[in-house]
Design a protein around this ligand. Structure first.
Ligand code: FES
Length: 159
């Protein structure tokens, strides 16, 4: 059951199936988390509790793994996840102003999702494209030399 509304949570059934295949092997945690990320789009707290109980792994350890790997997220993401790099090279070239513009246009903060579920915003550290600073990404699309005045046109491609 989903902890929010007691609906039948078929996604959780899928996760439990993978957990069962692990036969209690704690080293399979990443595999389980990959499944959770894939089926939910993030790793909800109540699913972390299930994993903790079923694989006998402390919640703090699970949290540590989720936050260590950038592919795991603690928050739901929109269909299009916008990520603005605040690494040093990007920051020096004005990425904070780019991030502020994204927030202003979408009316949400970092970690938020628009009401229609279309966009979410996150900030990241260096994504390895410093030569293109400031950098923002929309899912797998990378945009370099982004000026705040370009943000609106970039977002319009995903409307
Ligand atoms: S600091 Fe932004 S890509 Fe390296």
């Amino acid at each position: 059951m989903c902890e929010n509304c007691n609906c039948k949570d078929e996604r959780l059934d899928e996760v439990k199936k993978v957990i069962a295949e692990c036969n209690g092997d704690k080293s399979q945690l990443i595999r389980v988390l990959n499944t959770v990320q894939e089926v939910y789009g993030y790793v909800p707290t109540y699913v972390q509790k299930v994993i903790s109980e079923e694989l006998d792994i402390p919640m703090a350890e699970i949290y540590g793994v989720i936050t260590f790997y950038s592919r795991f997220s603690l928050n739901p993401k929109g269909k299009y996840n916008i990520s603005v790099c605040l690494g040093t090279a990007c920051y020096v070239k004005g990425s904070q102003a780019v991030l502020d513009k994204v927030k202003e246009i979408l009316g949400i903060d970092v970690g938020g999702v628009t009401e229609d579920g279309k966009f979410s915003i996150e900030q990241t550290r260096c994504v390895g494209a410093c030569g293109l600073a400031p950098v923002m990404t929309v899912n797998d699309d990378v945009y370099g030399n982004v000026d705040p005045s370009k943000v609106k046109d970039i977002l319009a491609k995903y409307e």
